[in-house]
Design a protein around this ligand. Sequence first.
Ligand code: CAA
Ligand code: NAD
Length: 295
Amino acid sequence: MTTTTHNITTIGIIGAGQMGGGIAQIAAVAGFETTIFDAFPGAIDKCKALRGKLFGRAVEKGRMTQADADAATGRLAYSESLDSLSGSDIIIEAVVEDVAVKKELFAKAGALLGEGGILASNTSSISITDLATAVADVRGGMADRFIGMHFFNPVPVMKLVEVIKGLATSDETTARTIALAEAMGKVPVPANDRPGFVSNRVLMPLINEAFYAWMEGVAEPEHIDEIMKLGCAHPMGPLRLADFIGLDTCVHIMDVMADGLNNDRYRACPLLKQLVIAGRLGDKTGRGVFDYSKK
Ligand code: CAA
Ligand code: NAD
C-alpha cells in the first residue's frame, strides 16, 4: 500500500475504444468525475451503450446496487471535443498504438491539463520517454509529470496496472499514479521503459508463435487454442486472445518491439499481418482468426 495521496478528483480519458471505455468505467465506479473523449463518429455512442449494458449486468448479478450504478453513470461524461478535458487532474490516453497520433494528442492535452496534473499513456509498448517529448516544451516542460499507466483488457476484470517511468518522470508523479491505480481497485506493478515493457515482451511472442504454428500447419487454429487452454491453463487460447486484443494492435506492438529492440525475432508473423491488411482485426470488426459475425 502506498502512503502518498494522488490528489486527483477529475479524470480525462482520450479514446473511447475498448481500453478507454473500460478505464472510464472503473474511474467513475471508484468515485472520480470522469470525462471521456473520442474524435471518431460513433465511438462515443458505442462506448456509452456498452457502459449502460455492463452497469446493467453488474446490477443484475448483484455486484452493484442500482443506486451505485446510477451514481457512477452520473459521474461519467462523454464528449466529442478534446477541450472538454480542460482542467483534469490527470489525462489518460488510450488511442491507437501509433506514436505520431499519440504525440499530437499529448501536445494538445498538455495545454489543457489542470495545474500540477499528470499525463498518462495506456500504450502497450511505445517508449514513455519518447511520448513525453511531445510535452517537453508545453507550459515550460511537463515531462516530469508524464508516465505510463498500462491497464489490461478487459479493464473491469484484470487486476494489473503496469506502471512505467520515463527518463524524466518524477518520483512524485510515480507515487501519485500508484496511489491512483490502487484507488481504482488495481494492483500497480513497476516495469522499465523498454519496448513492450514486461507484459507484451512476454505475451506477444507467444501470440506470434501461435500464428506461425497455424501458418505452418502444425494444427488448426481452434486446436492450437484448445491445446493451450487445456494443457497450459490459459483462460483464452492465444489466437482467441489476439482477436480479443485486436490484431492491428498486436502488429503495432510487434513492430515497436522489433524496431526498438533491433531484433527481427519480434517481427509479426506474415499471416497475422495478412489478416490485418484484409481488415480482419478480431472482435472489433466481427472477424479475425475466428468469425464473430453471428454473435
Ligand atoms: N468487460 C467487462 N467485463 C467483462 C468483459 C468485458 N469486456 N468480458 C468479460 N467480463 C466479465 C464478465 O462480466 C464476467 O463477470 P460476471 O460473471 O460476474 O458477469 C467475467 O468477466 C467472466 O466472464 P465470462 O464468464 O463471460 O468469461 P470467462 O470466464 O471466459 O472470462 C475473461 C472472460 C475474463 C476475458 C477471461 O477469458 C480471461 O481472463 N481472458 C484472458 C484475458 C487476458 O489475457 N487479458 C490481457 C490481454 S493483454 C493486454 O491487455 C495488454 C496489451 O497491451 C495488449
Ligand atoms: P481501440 O481501437 O478499441 O480504440 C481506440 C480508440 O481511439 C477508438 O475509439 C478511436 O476512435 C480512438 N481514436 C483514434 N485516434 C484518435 C484521435 N486522434 N483522437 C481521438 N480518438 C482517437 O483500441 P484499444 O484496444 O482500446 O487500444 C487503445 C490503446 O490501449 C492502444 O495504445 C493499445 O496498444 C493499448 N492497449 C490495448 C489493449 C488491448 O487489449 N486492446 C490492452 C492494453 C493496452
